[in-house]
Design a protein around this ligand. Sequence first.
Ligand code: OAD
Ligand code: ZN
Length: 254
Amino acid sequence: MGEGDKTLDDYRKVADLIKEKGYVVAFTGAGISVDSGIPAFRGGQGLWEKYDPMEYAHISAFGNNPEKVWIMLREMAQVIFDSSPSPAHIALGKLEKKGYLKAVITQNVDGLHHIAGNSNVIEYHGNHRWLICMSCSKRIPLSPEIVSVQPYPRCEKCNSALKPDVVFFGEGIPMLEMIRANEEANKCNVMFIVGTSGVVYPAAEIPYTSKSKGATIVEINPEHTPFTSSISDYFFKGTASEVLPKIIEYIEYG
Ligand code: OAD
Ligand code: ZN
């Protein structure tokens, strides 16, 4: 059997598994949004290649110098405004409609899973489409107007710096998201790992939890990751937008 035949066989096996078992959870990272126009963090055009995350994405850096950090945040906001769901996001929307996908646990802050129609989205690292006041916790939606305020946007109630409602380095994961993610990781019998390098903790623990509960792990990434040789039962080498729509096709047409 050639390599191509093996891959086709894997598509069929994964599609059958999903139809038979039926409780799928997707764990996603920046790679799923690359085809939405948002570069991943590490490598190539990645934000962390241009900005040192300790200088621009650590909570104490924001506290000490919000003006500097907002230079990077404005860039991020513009990229998010210009983005739209990729074929991979749309495929996950379809998988939920078919009744198989029960939750998406995402490390992404772009909000694209909601826009693509997924209803149970656990945003482990928060959502950049909202801003939160560092003092009074008031939240307001991100908009081009507020982003353009110089030297940085402030709370209209208490004048403190507004920060995107995302988890900065040095901050904890929101408790509710942690609990929900853990619950879904324990419940699923098939877990997709899509477009994540698996190096940021505690998020990267999630697939190990599912594996330990007996879930089948299906990984999709153009590159190998720490998951590939340790827990992935299936590895589809390719972009999320190539592979996920094809898995849906196999579910629909066999
Ligand atoms: P990374 O930038 O670390 O990894 C992106 C992964 O996507 C890599 O494994 C790539 O090989 C893969 N990839 C690239 N293009 C792809 C495509 N078209 N389809 C599928 N996969 C592709 O991003 P994350 O793993 O998400 O944290 O990073 C984790 C966290 O680190 C982020 O949530 C963020 C960052 O610091 C916070 O914001 C707190
Ligand atoms: Zn405030």
